[in-house]
Every structure is written in C-alpha cells, then in structure tokens.
Design a binder for this molecule. Sequence first.
Ligand SMILES: [Zn+2]
Length: 678
Amino acid sequence: MKTLVIGAFALLSFFPALLGQTTNKEVMTKNQNLKELISEVKAKADSDQHRRIEKGLLQAFSFWREEDGTFDDFRQLCLEHSATTSAQRQAMFLRIQDNFELLFGSFNKISVGLKIPLHVDEGEIIPVDRIFGGYGAGSHFSDDMFANKIAFITIMNFPFYSLDEKTELGPDWSRLEWAYARMGDVFKSRIPARLLLDYEQIVTNADGYISNYNIYVGKLTDKNGKTHFPADLKLISHWGLRDEIKASYAIGEGFTRQSLIYETMLRIIRQEIPQEVINNNEFNWNPMSNALMKDGKKIIHTPEPDTRYQHMINLFGALKNIDVYSPHFPDYISRKFEEDMEIRVEEVEAVFVELISAPELKEIGKVIEKRLGRKLQPWDIWYDGFKTRSSLDINKLDKMLQEKYPDKAAFEADLPNILVKLGFDTDSARSIASRIIVDPSRGAGHAWGAAMKSDKARLRTRIGTNGMDYKGYNIAIHEFGHNVEQTISLQNVDYYMLNGVPNTSFTEALAFVFQARDLELLGLEKSDDQSRHFAALDNLWSNYEIMGVSLVDIHVWKWLYAHPEATATELKEAVNRIAVETWNKYYYPVFGIKDSPILAVYSHMIDYPLYLSAYPIGQLIEFQFGSYIRDKNFAAEVYKAFTQGRLIPQLWMKGAVGSEITAEPAIEAARSALTFLR
Ligand SMILES: [Zn+2]
C-alpha cells in the first residue's frame, strides 16, 4: 500500500486511520483531493505563504480522523482558517500565543494551588487533599483542541519543523520565526488514550519489579561460608548495591564486600541469580559459586527466568504501538532524543565516545590504583574518592543559618541581597526576587516555575521550627538558581512561545552554578584550586561510567528495533553482548580486565528506557556553562544565555558560551588537574 503513496504526499503513509481501514483506491482519491485543496488554498493566498500552506495542510490532514468529519469539513476548515497573508498569520499567532499562555499558565497555577497541602509544610494533610492533588487540569487539553479544531488550525498555520530543519534553518530564523516553529511543536502527535494507559500500566509493572528488587547482602557468603555485611542489611538493586560499593572504599574488608556485590550484579545481569534470594532473606548465597544454602544445607535453586528482560520486551511492545501515532518521531529512540532532548542520538553518541576515549582516563585510572594500593577492578567505575568534603563545622553552620533565616519570610526578604552578591544590579535583583515566593517544603525541596507572566515561581526547601539549617539552605540556593532561570526565561523572553530552556539540563546548569557558591554567599570559604581539580577528576570519572551505561542503553534499543520479535532470552543475550563489547572497547584499555558486562546493571534501563543519557548530557552542559561563566560578569552572562528562551540545545549553547555541547571542557579540566597533581 505504501508504494502507491507518492512524492510530497508520502506523509499520508503515516496516517493510521487511512492505512488501517481504507482501500488503495480511497487513499489515492484522498491524495488527489488534498492536492486540489492545497492548490485551492494557495490560489487565495500571497505567494510567500505557499510553502507553509503545503507543509501545514499536509501535516494537519495527517492527524485528521473519521470522527473529525468528512474531507469536505476539512476543506472548509482550511479555506476559512489558513492565513492568506503574512500579516494575517502574525495576528493569528499573537492571538493563539496569548490564549496558550492563559491556558498553560492557568493549568500550571491550578496544579500548584491544588498541591499546596501536599507540598507545603503547613497544617495537616486531609484525605481529600490527595484526590485534589492528583487532578490534572490540563490533561485533556490535546484531545479538546483536536475536538474543537484549534489543533488543526494551529498546525496548518504553524507547521512542525523537524530537528534537522530547526538545525539547518534555525540559525537564520528571526525570533518571530522561531516562535512560529515552537508553536508548531504544540501538537506533534495524537496518541489514543488507551495506548498511553497501556504504556503507563507496563511502566508501573516494571517500576514495581525494580523497586522490590532487594538483595539481603547480610546473607551473602564467601567461599568459606563467612558473611561480611551487617546481618540485616538489605540493598536495592542497583542503586543500593552501587552505593555500598562506594561506601566500602573506606572500610577495612571493603574489597571483599565489593567483590561480593560485584558478583551479585553479574548474576543479575546474566539472570543466573537464584529466584529465591530476590527480596527474600531466608537463604545464604555465595554469588561467586552461585551456591544456595539454608540451615547449612545446599539447596537446588531456580534461576530468575529472564524477568528483567521480559519487562523491557513489554515496554518495547507498548512503545511500538504508539510509534504509528507519532508521525514526526516514528520510533521511541527519536522521541527520546529528537523530540525530548532535541539532540540527535548520533550526536549524543559522538560526544559520549569523545569523552570515554579520552587518554586522560588511563592516567586517572593510575592515580586511583595508587590511592587504592591495588589494581583496578571493574567496579571501580564507581570510585568516588575524589570528592572533597568541607572542613567547616556543620553544627556551627546550622546555628548560624537558623539565626539568619528563622522562617520563610526572612529568606524571601534576603533573595535580592543574594542576587546582588552574585553580581546582579539592585533593580534586576529586586525585580527577579519579587517574582519568587518561598515556601517551607514537606519533601526535600523543589523549584516550581510559573507558566504565565502574571504568576510567580515557588521556591521550596525544608525550614524547620528552629529555622533553616545548612542542608535546607544548600538546597534553597540550588532551587533559587532554578527560580532565577524560570523567571528570566519567562519574563524576559520576547515571545511566550519561546519561554523556558531547551531541556531540563539547562535549568540544572544554573541551579548547580548557584549551589556551588552557597558558602561564598555566606562570606565563608571559596572553593580552592585543590578541590576544583579533584572535582574535575571526579567529573570525568563519573561521566566515564554513566556515558558507557548510556551507550549500552542506546545500542540495546537499536537492537530491539532491529529485532522486533525478540524473546526475553534473546534480549538478555544481546544486552550482555553489547555491554561486553562496550566494555572491551572503552574500559578494558584502562582497567586491564576483559569481558565485564557490568555496564548493563543500571535499573533505569529496565523501568525508564533511554532516560539515562539525560544525566551525562546534563553534566556536560553544566560543566561547560559553569567553566565558561566562572571568570565572567555573572549577571550579564545569565541574562544573555537565558533570555534566548527555548531554542534547540546546540543553538542555545552556541549563543550562551560560543560553542556547541562538547566534552572538551571536562577533558581539559581533568588534564590540568592531572598536571596539578604531578
Ligand atoms: Zn535541580
């Protein structure tokens, strides 16, 4: 059927309703009708609108379903609403933009408001609060806008541009053209609610599997049957296991503990782990020999039946069902990278490979070996001995801060002063601070931005009855960085459609830059050269680990799309093979040990597929932005960067720091740290 769809009308081949229920003849008739309609609409319009009309009508029609009306209904809609002049189109844009601001801003305000009893540490939570808190005011927005035809009108006048088009055309676009393109991103897919529900259910199942995957390490035994951990210690895979490896560097029998955990991880990845020891403390288990014991007697065990990989297969199936309803991003890989992150997967891979191939890593490996007094082991990808701790007395610090900030009002009143200390002039400091409300949080803290200019951002952190302690303050400064970004990128960006930042990494970048200066803001220590150099080594080494893991995640998903009928067992073999290949290529040269599949242990690979890459991309952006801004006029650079609004990441970065996202600053910083150490 696809071969019958020709030329410019190839987009129709993505149209599920047509493909599913109609005959070839009908498709050809619709193509002919659409071709005639485009000519008809063009004939009424200025010639500078013709290309947009063709793109817009094709895209709008690709979302048109039987329930939306007949072809003639579509025709009437286009004739009535497709702009005929650029002035008309601009007027339409401004009206739609205002209305989107009102809608998105109000949805956001309702969510913030309904969740106040759950998020803000004031008064009791009563049962009805949870129901209100779960209400999503905007959850039917997309369905409603397709039903009342606003979505079609928006698409036909402000069509979607792919990431490739944005990359190629974007540098020459005016701000208004960029804003038009962002309007074209509002309605990118029309996924039936039942498929989204299916997917949510499968994610919930995978989540449940991961969050109940505990190992009773107190029951792990060595070859002599001896245990090495506190008897009742239970650790979740893989985060708890990994953190125990990190903590064990400081312990006498650390090496034995680390090797027991490492062998446990390998058994999980290979699914050789006895089903009996998962979330169960009745058995002793030697992960080296895989022997299972109860009351001193050997037990025949059942290996876990590839459940780990079955969850991935289930997720893949649910996501593949959605593919056809997302014509611009026809597979999950493109949805995660081109749609969510807005960086092509090939670019992400290239920058990861650049970092994990850096010759500096071999040298850092030698430094670690020297510090540990032994050869590197595969689990040393989690070595964290470069982290430096502050020498300040935490109790004194708590007392000082509790006096300075006894309540939320005291901290809120100090926000302009903090900004002035960071280099903002008094007027902009006051104007930014006036748009931020401080609340004591029930949880650890967060920053919740406004989504319309008339609303304010919320800064939430722990404020105890005795006031704000250091932990609360440290988080508050991080969240304040988010709030400053949220405020500038909403209030000072020229078009509402461009408000915000390209993706969450960019707001984290500013939050971490703020947080790193928390002590300096109190008139206490500034970070010295030594701790900065150690931080650079830590940064490169931790990126080395997470980037390898992310590459495995990406290659596994490419393999899944190439083998859509794969079973859980076949997937298990592929994951192990991909992890070992990645290890041998990029880790064996540094570690001197071959064939470890350890990079496949990450639990997010199972319950949040393709989420992992966002961490190291975020770390690179933070590092690049942080290094660039260190010796510059802080306030001026923050305004320059964040008033750009939501461009695509690579263009935003170019505008902010003069170059695209690269691993070079992180490698360079490690290089000078190594020189410093020598
Ligand atoms: Zn943050």
